[in-house]
Design a protein around this ligand. Structure first.
Ligand code: S3P
Length: 450
């Protein structure tokens, strides 16, 4: 596994591309990759994972489950995990570093909650600012103990082998919170139920069923009740991870805004809880087609063909936000090239991502000459046929801000620079190489030494 010494920041710039053409395969979905490792570690026997995202966030989760006693090895192109059974993980010898990953931290809090172990959890500067109270509050009700009286990392947490089952209505639409409680519920004697008002990504529910857990989802009066039976067993299972629609989003955005482009992104996850971005692009007049739709390992997958299009501004409803929560920076970039106003609502969760993404997106657009207004929970972008570019974007340790604005530079009049591109490796180390393969040009403005 890759070692993670802190690296110096590294600016990167893109400039106007001719046209982007070809086929591209993006790496495995980040959400599914984290879950595959975690459920494999909680299962008895061997699980083989193909297509696992080998980016820092997921590698940190792999290291975490290894530190807790699961056997993790890479054999050829697949990851082989030998799990310890539900409740069978062990006390780690050292603190566990989750790097930049909120998903890894929150899901693993659900795991640690169910074990009689004490763990010191640490992360980078971005992760250490992110709110953990949203998972700590319900998990404490189930039996997790937290030494510190705060809700940010670093934290010393102590789990319990006698967790209490629980029913919890999510106060925020968060798949991470839902998943942490369901995972803890695997370890509680009885039934644990999470109630959600707005559907969030359902990979935990789908994948746990494959591993043999008793997980039921019932819709009642517009609310989804997800119930897991605790104290069952999970059996090792093979998982093939589909391509990440959140990584594919940058290629779709680039193809739409760079004149003459025609790009097909192969094997992308098109689970309806993740496709709000693509639906919005179609509403904007984008030529976006899902081809060869099929089912792989319990998830729908398609090849997405995107061609340069004349776009118009649209209103994106707040209810759609959970199905495209990570794609707003990319959508804001596309909106800058559309004719008219794009109004995005229901964005308050963007404030607690790897950065305050609402503020960082607005600032990046302004730096590149785009007319934008940020309101509490909303972003209003006034598009134009040409975007000046020429700005330097502050990324605040946020990979998606970096990739979104590098995408903008491919169609702006002047190059767009991001102040730091190193953290792209947290989710998508192949981003630059794959974009270059389609015809994009990157430049390293200043080489900094460590
Ligand atoms: C994720 C859920 C989302 C998303 C994150 C991955 C997951 O976060 O932003 O990148 O894998 O469950 P929230 O659950 O906090 O909305």
């Amino acid at each position: 596994m890759r070692s993670q010494s802190p690296t110096a920041s590294q600016p990167l710039a893109t400039s106007k591309a001719g046209l982007l053409t070809g086929r591209v395969r993006v790496p495995g979905d980040k959400s599914i990759s984290h879950r595959a490792l975690i459920f494999a570690a909680l299962a008895s026997g061997v699980s083989r994972i193909r297509g696992l995202l080998e980016a820092d966030d997921v590698v940190n989760t792999a290291k975490a489950v290894a530190a807790l006693g699961a056997s993790v090895e890479k054999v050829g192109g697949e990851w082989r995990i030998t799990g310890c059974g539900v409740g069978g993980l062990r006390q780690p010898e050292a603190p566990i570093d989750f790097g930049n990953s909120g998903t890894g931290t929150r899901l693993m809090l659900g795991v640690i909650a169910g074990h009689d172990i004490t763990v010191r959890m640490v992360g980078d500067a971005s992760l250490s600012r992110r709110p953990m109270g949203r998972v700590l509050i319900p998990l404490k009700r189930m039996g997790l103990q937290v030494e510190e009286d705060r809700d940010t990392l670093p934290l010393n947490v102590r789990g319990s082998s006698a967790l209490v089952p629980f029913t919890y209505e999510l106060p925020v639409p968060s798949a991470q919170v839902k998943s942490a409680i369901i995972i803890a519920g695997l370890h509680a004697a009885g039934e644990t139920t999470v109630i959600e008002k707005e559907a969030t990504r359902d990979h935990t529910e789908r994948m746990l069923r494959f591993f043999g857990a008793d997980v039921r989802s019932v819709v009642q009066d517009g609310l989804t009740h997800i119930t897991v039976r605790g104290d069952g067993e999970l059996a090792g299972h093979d998982v093939t991870v589909p391509g990440d629609p959140s990584s594919a989003a940058f290629f779709a955005a680039a193809a739409l805004i760079v004149p003459g482009s025609d790009v097909t992104i192969e094997g992308v996850l098109v689970n309806p809880t993740r496709t709000g971005f693509y639906l919005t692009l179609q509403e904007m007049g984008g030529d976006v087609a899902f081809l060869n739709t099929r089912e792989e390992g319990g998830e729908p997958v398609a090849d997405i063909r995107v061609r340069f299009s004349k776009l118009k501004g649209v209103s994106v409803p707040a209810q759609r936000a959970p199905s495209m929560i990570d794609e707003y920076p990319a959508l804001a970039v596309v909106a800058a090239f559309a004719d008219g106003v794009t109004c995005m609502q229901g964005l308050s969760e963007l404030k607690v991502k790897e950065s305050d993404r609402l503020a960082a997106t607005a600032a990046g657009l302004i730096a590149n000459g785009v007319d934008v207004k940020a309101e509490p929970g909303a972003l209003i972008v006034h598009g134009a046929a040409t975007v000046a570019g020429g700005g330097i974007v502050t990324t605040h340790l946020d990979h998606r801000i970096a990739m979104a604005f590098l995408t903008m530079g491919l169609a702006g009049e002047h190059p767009v620079t991001v102040d730091d591109a190193t953290m792209i490796a947290t989710s998508f180390p192949e981003f630059r190489g794959l974009m270059e393969g389609l015809g994009a040009t990157f430049t390293d403005p200043i080489r900094q030494t460590e």
